[in-house]
Design a protein around this ligand. Structure first.
Ligand SMILES: Nc1ncnc2c1ncn2[C@@H]1O[C@H](COP(=O)(O)OP(=O)(O)OP(=O)(O)O)[C@@H](O)[C@H]1O
Ligand SMILES: [Mg+2]
Length: 281
């Protein structure tokens, strides 16, 4: 199963997907100014899978929203494929998937997947062909005529991923897309996502709270610490190509080593009186 004729544009090859330089984000709130992010710098290469991991409130969603141009940094710069974040948004260079699938309940699965194409003027026949291709990719070929509330949570997330891929983005921005799923479905979705990324060769910035999830999916894990949010460590995953990762990796010694490395980086960052040795397997 491949996305025939749907390779991303050659112009994107070799260009970093995301370059964040010295970003600071200050929110003005009723109780004063709040620094959500400070001195955040980060590069995501072409086709690279990078996870943002850190405790609640450390600024993961804020950083993702800045990359998506849903908000603006107070200081610093963000480039997406060498353009400003604003231009990349206008050019629809990325797809977005959030914690809730966010499908429109009154549209069928096919119509939901077609929505971004419809909004940007793609003709009906091309939309239908693309939706078929995408539903096949995410294993929902049989469910195109269903409505979202007739699908399980995992199936809804897969439909949302199909929709995010509709315009062949070279970059996916995902904020805890599997957060609401049970552990088994979640692992299944992680394996699916690895496969989908291998086929589409999209880069991904993936927000999660889960250490094993970040380890399984990522080329590198960015560990963030709170108040104010900053990059505490960037941990490369020495687990081979993400495209080759399958379920058995979860029981591999190398996987546990990486989980430990990320956990230690996270604990160093958060401190907060936690005792790293307090949980023995
Ligand atoms: N629009 C806003 N106005 C004011 N403060 C905000 C706004 N958005 C986020 N914040 C604050 O910025 C900080 C970082 O929030 P953010 O949502 O990025 O955290 P997070 O790492 O995604 O947390 P979680 O894991 O709980 O989703 C928090 O203290 C939050 O209260
Ligand atoms: Mg968040």
């Amino acid at each position: 199963m491949t996305l025939s004729g749907s390779q991303r544009p050659d112009t994107a090859a070799g260009v970093d997907s995301v370059v964040v330089r010295g970003v600071e984000k200050i929110f003005d709130t009723a109780s004063g100014r709040m620094t959500a992010l400070t001195e955040v710098s980060l590069t995501v290469g072409a086709g690279e899978f990078v996870s943002l991991l850190g405790p609640s409130g450390c600024g993961k969603s804020t950083l993702l929203r800045l990359i998506a141009d849903l908000d603006e940094p107070t200081a610093g710069t963000i480039e997406v494929f060498g353009k400003t974040a604003r231009q990349a948004r206008l050019d629809q260079d990325y797809g977005i998937a959030f914690q809730q699938a966010g499908l429109l309940p009154w549209r069928t699965v096919t119509a939901n997947v077609e929505l971004p194409l419809e909004l940007h003027g793609t003709g009906s026949a091309a939309r239908k062909a693309r939706a078929r291709e995408l539903l096949d990719l995410v294993g929902l070929s049989e469910f195109g005529d269903r409505y979202p509330d007739q699908l399980s949570g995992g199936m809804q997330q897969r439909a949302a991923i199909a929709r995010a891929l509709a315009e062949r983005p070279s970059l996916l921005l995902m904020d805890e897309p599997f957060g609401a799923l049970d552990e088994m479905t979640r692992e299944y979705m992680q394996t699916e996502l690895v496969r989908i990324c291998a086929e589409t060769r999209a880069a991904v910035v993936f927000v999660t709270h889960s250490i094993p999830e970040a380890v399984f999916l990522s080329d590198r894990v960015v560990v963030m610490s709170p108040r104010p949010g900053r990059v505490e460590a960037v941990v490369p995953m020495h687990l081979g190509a993400t495209a080759d990762r399958a379920d058995d990796l979860r029981e591999d010694a190398a996987f546990f080593e990486m989980v430990t490395a990320v956990r230690e980086a996270l604990h160093t960052g958060s401190q907060a009186g936690r005792r790293p040795g307090s949980r023995t397997p």
